[in-house]
Design a protein around this ligand. Structure first.
Ligand code: HDE
Length: 619
């Protein structure tokens, strides 16, 4: 440990201050970093040049595999503060103590594109929060949409293979507008609700700072007495939920593919710290079966009219990472990183995820010691008998690495529940071992209808345009027809208008594809979806037209100016907007400075050639 400290201190000294000298990874000071070791100044390079070899070898191995999904992301540090104790529902300490500030690291992402793809793809956004609590790491690994495409984890590789670029030519990048995606979706009626969200402007956020977050699955809260409540998690952005239009998204993708990453980075550098309130929908155990859908079905949401969202705390993001790779790229989230007081439900999608996230870290980060990477380390001590492995950082000094033992006085020993030891919720389950889907998961259309009906007129038009664009890029007409057949189950007008733009007709007798919930040996391979259940006509929270709109805080405004501008009116307007929290940028025909009417020089932020109106909220 002493040795570690010494080298940590040395590292710090070497990296900061004016006494920075270049060294090899072994700490040897380097005298010449410009030339490799050669036989004569025009001769061959020597294999002996260990300094060259070390530098090149390290460079050759700089990349690690990108995430198989959510490869493109942006990370940021912050804090979580609780408004009121949730002790009645959960014993999780960070949700009990209102005095406590919990550090967090958040990563926002797109799903389908590669690491270098555009931020403005039509896509779901990942919303992951790592809470560094006093009881260990708690990871919230959610999305900006409250439901998902599939009901069972076993379909996830199929979904992702379908949406990723097509296998023969790797086209298109970061886009769902192609045959394989819609082939799959049109055969998976359970995707219909999620597809409505994906075709809405929710898939084109104006900013990571202006989107909601959802845990998607139903989880459990467990209190000190062992009583369980089901819980759905929400993040509500205090700036409201806002999107760009598809036309804008496509132009932004060309003008600034880093639009969301830059927006988040700059907001934080400018002290405009984004904030979200953590909301919960709580359902008692007795009420589990009182809904028109199954709480375990991740293609359903609980309308806020039925169970209101209680806002229990606030997250503020306030610090950019120091190093993208070390923090944003190496952070490892896992829905199975839990603290006492929070537990899983039996949602079959969630259950599959519990396997996937450790497995994926092994291939990405290369070692079961990924928890030792600084960004993944809990703020509490890690004490157990796990040992060794690739790139082990910890130097264990104990004489034993097994339990039970007497040589080490039985240490480390198990923590009782009263000492904070994690215990799983004891749920009674009786059942046969079967590969089947619960019939309570079969209503695939009710909430798609609810979502569509809850949209304002212009939101509906954008959804129709989105379907037309996406299906318009599909080359196989039978896929277009099958999809329009599904849309007819959501809304006849929607189906008709999309079909019309595609130049096809809505199939008279649409064939609904195989319901993958029906066992393969069932006699029919097509099915009529089960009866729709939907007592609610509309849900206000589902339309972006109803969210917070009144503020221009943190909005970017461009002033187009040229020589001879009246500085006084420019300054007055700029100050007035900045008082309201907006950011003003001066855009001129050329860079550097312009001359005001009274001869004063005004600094130019961007020229016409280096920016575009679409990158601003107003011009
Ligand atoms: Fe993920 N998902 N996922 N996912 N997911 C990953 O883990 C997976 C699902 C989500 O910023 C991977 O570390 C399976 C739902 C986010 O680093 C991987 C299934 C939701 C992120 C994985 C799902 C998510 C991931 C890839 C179906 C919303 C980015 C890299 C059973 C509730 C986390 C990694 C970050 C990342 C698997 C479904 C959200 C492969 C098997 C539903 C936000 O493990």
């Amino acid at each position: 440990m002493e040795l570690n400290k010494k080298s940590d201190d040395l590292q710090k000294n070497r990296q900061s201050g004016d006494n920075q000298m270049l060294s090899t990874n072994q700490g040897l000071l380097i005298n010449d970093d410009q030339n490799s070791l050669k036989v004569g100044d025009r001769g061959p390079t020597l294999l002996e040049d260990f300094i060259l070899r070390e530098k090149i070898t390290h460079f050759d191995h700089e990349r690690i595999p990108e995430r198989v999904v959510h490869a493109r992301g942006s990370g940021v540090h912050g804090v979580f503060e609780l408004y009121e104790s949730m002790g009645e529902y959960t014993k999780a300490k960070f949700l009990n103590d209102t005095e406590k500030t919990t550090p967090v690291f958040v990563r926002f992402s797109t799903v389908g594109g590669s690491r270098g793809s555009t931020d403005l793809a039509r896509d779901v956004r990942g919303f992951s929060v790592k809470f560094y609590t006093d009881e260990g790491i708690y990871d919230f690994v959610g999305n900006n949409m409250p439901v998902f495409f599939i009901q069972d984890a076993i379909k996830f590789p199929d979904l992702i293979h379908a949406v990723k670029p097509e296998p023969h030519n790797e086209i298109p990048q970061a886009a769902s507008a192609h045959d394989t995606f819609w082939d799959f979706i049109s055969l998976m009626p359970e995707s219909t609700h999620m597809i409505m969200w994906l075709m809405s402007d929710r898939s084109l956020p104006r900013s990571y700072r202006m989107m909601e977050g959802f845990g998607v699955h139903t989880f459990r809260f467990i209190n000190e007495q062992g009583v369980s409540h089901f819980v759905k998690f929400h993040w509500k952005p205090l700036l409201g939920v806002h999107s760009v239009a598809w036309d804008e998204a496509q132009i932004i993708s060309g003008k600034d593919p880093d639009f969301h990453r830059r927006d988040l980075w700059e907001a934080i550098e400018n002290g405009n710290f984004p904030e979200w309130e953590l909301g919960v929908q709580l359902i008692s155990e007795e009420d589990e079966h009182t809904f028109e859908f199954d709480l375990l079905d991740p293609t359903k949401l609980i309308p806020e009219e039925i169970v209101p969202v209680k806002r229990i705390g606030k997250m503020t993001l306030n610090r950019n990472p120091d190093n993208f790779f070390s923090e944003t790229e190496q952070v490892a989230f896992h829905p199975g990183h839990l603290v006492p007081g929070i537990d899983f439900s039996n949602d079959p999608l969630l259950q599959g995820r519990l396997f996937s996230y450790t497995d994926t870290q092994l291939s990405r980060l290369g070692s079961p010691n990924f928890h030792e990477i600084p960004i993944n380390r809990p703020v509490v001590p890690v004490v157990n008998n796990q040992r060794d492995g690739h790139m082990r950082q910890t130097i264990s000094t104990d004489k034993v690495s097994y339990h039970p033992n007497s040589i080490g006085n039985g240490c480390p020993f198990q923590a009782k529940a009263t000492q904070g030891g994690f215990t799983s919720y004891q749920e009674r389950i009786d059942g046969n071992k079967i590969r089947e889907r619960s019939k309570s998961f079969f209503d695939h259309f009710s909430q798609a209808v609810l979502f569509y009906n809850s949209q304002s007129e212009h939101e509906k038009n954008h959804i129709i345009d989105a379907f037309t664009f996406e299906l318009g890029k599909v080359e196989r007409v039978y896929i277009q027809e099958r999809m329009v057949g599904i849309l007819a189950k959501v809304n006849k007008q929607l189906a008709k208008r999309v079909a019309n733009c595609l130049g096809i007709s809505v199939p008279k007798n649409p064939i609904y594809p195989i319901n993958h919930g029906v066992p393969a040996d069932a006699s029919k391979d097509t099915y009529e979806p089960v009866e729709m259940k939907q007592s609610l006509e509309q849900s206000v929270a589902l339309s972006m037209a109803n969210t917070e709109k009144v503020s221009i805080t943190t909005r970017n405004i461009a002033f187009l100016v040229a020589d001879g501008v009246d500085e006084n009116s420019l300054t007055t307007m700029k100050i007035a907007l900045e008082i309201e929290g907006a950011t003003v940028k001066i855009i001129a025909p050329k860079l550097s400075r312009i001359q005001g009417l009274n001869g004063r020089e005004i600094k130019v932020d961007k020229s016409f050639l280096t920016t575009a109106s679409v990158l601003f909220d107003a011009v």
